[in-house]
Unconditional design. Structure first.
Length: 257
C-alpha cells in the first residue's frame, strides 16, 4: 500500500465518518492487539510512520509506514489487511553506505471477539493471520508465515487496563520452517476523557539463537481521541537486547467509519 492510497483512504474515512456510541478501539500504538473488533459494517484504518535506529554493527536506520485495515464482517468478527507499507533502509556494508527502498509484505487475517469482560473474567480476542511473501525483494520474507495470538484485557481499579497477548508463529529460514513464541504485556491508564498513556513489554519473537534469537523491547506511549472515531498516537521504544533496534519512534492516525 503506497502513500497515495493511504492518504486517499484516510481522507475518505474522515469525510464519511459516522459517530458511534462508543469510542474507537485501535490496535495502535502498542504491540498488544485489542480484544475487541470494529463491529459489523464498520471499516477502520490505522496508519503510521515508524523510525527505527540500531547503533550496533552496521548502524542501520529504517523508516516504514505500518498500516492496518480492519473490516467488520459480523459483530464478533473482522477481516484484517496489514502491511509495513513503504520502507527505506540505510545501513553500512563493507564500509560503504547502502540504501534500499521498497514495500513490506502484506498479511491477511481474521479476528474474533470471543468473550466480553464480566467480573474478574477478561475481554478475550483471538487473532489469526498469514503473512505473504508479497513485498519488494529487499524486504520480502519466505513463503506463507501464519501466526495465532490471543488477547486478554482486564479492567483494573483507578482507570487502569491490563492487556496480555501470548501467541505462536511460524517462519522460514535457510534450515526450513520453525516456530517462535509471541508475548506482549501492556498497562494502560486513562488520563481523562480523551487521553490515555501506556507502558509495555513486547516480545514479538521468542526464538532460539539459530533462528535469530529473541527480540524484546520496552515501550512508552500515549493516544488521544480527536473525536469518537479518530485517534492520534505516539510511542517510543527501547530495545532490550542486541537483536532489537536500539530506539524506535512511531506516530499514528486511526480513523473509523
Amino acid at each position: 500500500m503506497n502513500h497515495a492510497a493511504i492518504f486517499a483512504a484516510a481522507l475518505a474515512l474522515c469525510t464519511g465518518a459516522a459517530h458511534a456510541q462508543d469510542s474507537i478501539q485501535a490496535d495502535r500504538p502498542d504491540f498488544v492487539e485489542s480484544s475487541k473488533v470494529v463491529g459489523k459494517g464498520r471499516v477502520q484504518l490505522e496508519t503510521s510512520a515508524l523510525l527505527e535506529r540500531d547503533h550496533g554493527e552496521g548502524r542501520e536506520r529504517t523508516l516504514s509506514t505500518p498500516t492496518l485495515l480492519r473490516i467488520g464482517i459480523a459483530e464478533a468478527f473482522e477481516l484484517r489487511v496489514e502491511t509495513d507499507g513503504r520502507m527505506v533502509r540505510h545501513h553500512s556494508e563493507d564500509g560503504a553506505r547502502v540504501s534500499e527502498a521498497g514495500y513490506g509484505d502484506t498479511a491477511l487475517g481474521l479476528s474474533w471477539h470471543a468473550l466480553d469482560a464480566e467480573g474478574s473474567r477478561p475481554s478475550v480476542g483471538v487473532h489469526l493471520a498469514a503473512e505473504l511473501a508479497s513485498g519488494s525483494r529487499a524486504f520480502r520474507g519466505e513463503g506463507v508465515r501464519p501466526s495465532l495470538r490471543v488477547t486478554g484485557e482486564w479492567d483494573l481499579p483507578n482507570e487502569l487496563t491490563l492487556g496480555v497477548m501470548p501467541g505462536i508463529g511460524v517462519d522460514r529460514d535457510e534450515a526450513g520452517r520453525y516456530r517462535y513464541g509471541i508475548l506482549g504485556i501492556v498497562l494502560e491508564k486513562e488520563l481523562g476523557e480523551r487521553l490515555k498513556g501506556l507502558v509495555e513489554l513486547a516480545l514479538p519473537r521468542i526464538a532460539r539463537g539459530k533462528h535469530g534469537g529473541t527480540e524484546a523491547r520496552f515501550d512508552v506511549g500515549a493516544a488521544y481521541l480527536l473525536s469518537k472515531d479518530v485517534q492520534v498516537d505516539a510511542m517510543l521504544s527501547r530495545g532490550l537486547n542486541s537483536r532489537t533496534p536500539d530506539i524506535a519512534f512511531t506516530i499514528g492516525l486511526s480513523i473509523r467509519r
